[in-house]
Design a protein around this ligand. Structure first.
Ligand code: MV4
Length: 502
């Protein structure tokens, strides 16, 4: 049984994991890059060690250094969070070799689901519905794929075997355009993953993206914690997630949940994972892929089930049985998460960097904020632009939306631009309110037009801050004494300034 956990991550998720460890009485070890010396996860951990320069490949992706630090600090477990090393089969295997508990699935499950073609073949055998497409495993030539394409039918999608997240994906409308698209898909996949292998699927148009949270223990118990609706995204980056999905009823939830459990069992899954589905207009659902890690959006599931998913992960990795049976899992109310990104929604969502000078974080009933930043912290361009997750809970979806609006209004971040105005516009949109959206909604039907770049409250706080800054500068200049000058003149100025502002 491990006692000390190294968190191989940064930002809000590292903080989230440290909190769970602390509640369970586990010691924590943080790792950080040169850009993250002052980061929150470094302050929250019991110990912290420098990895290297800011770029990920020289810091958070350095498996060798992280394992060294684990050994030196006597950490007997590693939580990888999401991204970075979380879905690297070789890293999970290395941990096992060094007798360090990897808080996640077995290397074999990561591998089985990491190859999307292999994953399809595996779940098909388990009776899980997939989108019609190629079913062979292994490298298929262009000739093979061009031969099979007409039987799948157009439009279809070329997808990268090593992919996920839309990289190397191409829409094909006819056989004539397919050779060129195969070539460019392979080229993109080769440069992104070092693997140009691709497979084909029929294109499902106007689908929703709905995923199921599952947890599995080493005694063979597997349960699902319901779904998350993740269709509000832009360029394959999720922006809002909610639970439950406004599109599912109890019957479909139960059906999809049991299929998600079956898909997990097909790869002998352990710990927390997510099964992604596409759900079409007629409520047909298809397995897309499995994410073999804790996800960004796990809090919405925690809010509607009352289950601490990270605590369960730690328990499972310690060999304990799940704290819940499927029948114990009850859903209550509605939760919504807005990802707060340092990017400018009025300028094509370009990343915004700089020091956060001030912030006001919303609190109150039903509001949770998971963040890794604070005033004084500098947002650099090296990592993901997500700086916080704002999660709200309400008795109903309508109440959750009203609460989200209230919380977004309270939220103030000064120093970088954020996508908070995007979220405010979204919460006001009739289609979002009515639950009428699919994965194309943000890119094709949503506009920021009509949203004012700075509302009155923002202008007011800006004015207050400007006054404060001006005051500080006056104070500072009052302290500067020029050479060969007596200091009385400065004091005179301060006195005059103070009288003026009384
Ligand atoms: C699809 C699809 C439609 N039909 N597959 C995008 C990323 C990768 N995880 C799978 N993706 C899709 N696969 C078939 N056969 C549409 C998407 C898709 C999508 C899926 C989930 C969330 C957002 C999306 C945005 C565009 C396309």
């Amino acid at each position: 049984m491990f006692k000390k956990v190294l968190i191989a991550n940064r930002g809000e998720i590292a903080v989230r994991i440290i909190r769970a460890c602390r509640e369970l009485g586990l010691e924590t070890v943080a790792v950080f890059s040169e850009a993250d010396r002052n980061a929150l996860h470094v302050r929250y951990a019991d110990e912290a060690y420098l990895l290297g320069p800011a770029p990920s490949r020289e810091s958070y992706l350095r498996a060798d250094k992280i394992l060294d630090i684990a050994k030196k600090s006597d950490a007997d477990a590693i939580h990888p969070g999401y991204g970075f090393l979380a879905e690297r089969e070789d890293f999970a295997a290395k941990c096992a070799e060094l007798d360090i508990a990897f808080i996640g699935p077995k290397p074999s499950s990561i591998a089985a689901m990491g190859d999307k073609g292999k994953a399809r073949a595996t779940v098909i055998k388990a009776g899980v519905p997939v989108v019609p497409g190629t079913e062979d495993v292994g490298n298929m030539t262009d000739a093979d794929l061009l031969n099979i394409a007409p039987s799948i039918g157009f439009p279809l999608l070329i997808k990268a075997t090593a992919g996920g997240g839309g990289k190397g994906m191409r829409e094909v409308r006819s056989l004539d355009e397919m050779p060129a698209l195969l070539q460019s898909a392979r080229r993109e996949a080769e440069s992104a993953f070092g693997d140009g292998n691709v497979y084909l699927e029929k294109l499902v148009e106007g689908a929703r993206h709905i995923e199921f949270q599952i947890i599995a223990d080493s005694q063979g118990n597997v349960i699902h914690l319901g779904e998350r609706e993740c269709s509000i995204q832009r360029r394959h980056q999720k922006l809002v997630e909610e639970a439950p999905s406004p599109f599912l009823d109890d019957e479909l939830r139960e059906k999809m949940g049991s299929v998600a459990v079956k898909a997990s069992q097909a790869v002998d899954y352990l710990n927390a994972g997510t099964i992604e589905f596409l759900v079409d207009k007629d409520r047909n659902f298809y397995f897309l892929e499995m994410n073999t890690r804790l996800q960004v959006e796990h809090p919405v599931t925690e809010m509607v089930t009352g289950i601490d998913i990270v605590a369960e992960q730690l328990r499972i990795a310690r060999g304990r049985q799940l704290s819940y049976t499927q029948d114990d899992v009850k859903f209550k109310g509605h939760a919504i998460e807005c990802r707060v990104n340092a990017e400018d929604p009025f300028n094509n969502f370009i990343p915004s960097t700089g020091r956060i000078s001030h912030s006001l974080i919303p609190t109150g009933p039903g509001v949770r904020v998971d963040t890794g930043v604070y005033p004084g912290f500098e947002i650099t361009p090296y990592y993901d632009p997500m700086i916080a997750k704002l999660i709200v809970w309400g008795e109903t979806r309508a109440q959750a939306i009203l609460r989200m609006r209230r919380a977004l209004e309270e939220y103030r971040i000064v120093g970088v631009r954020t996508n908070i105005p995007f979220h405010q516009t979204l919460m006001d949109s009739h289609r979002f309110m009515g639950g009428q959206f699919d994965t194309r909604f943000v890119e094709e039907r949503f506009s920021m037009e009509g949203a004012s770049e700075a509302d009155e409250a923002q202008t007011e706080i800006a004015a207050i801050l400007a006054t404060l800054v001006a005051h500080r500068e006056t104070e500072r200049s009052a302290q500067i004494v020029r050479r060969n000058e007596r200091d009385t003149s400065n004091w005179k100025w301060v006195g005059r300034w103070e009288r003026m502002h009384r």
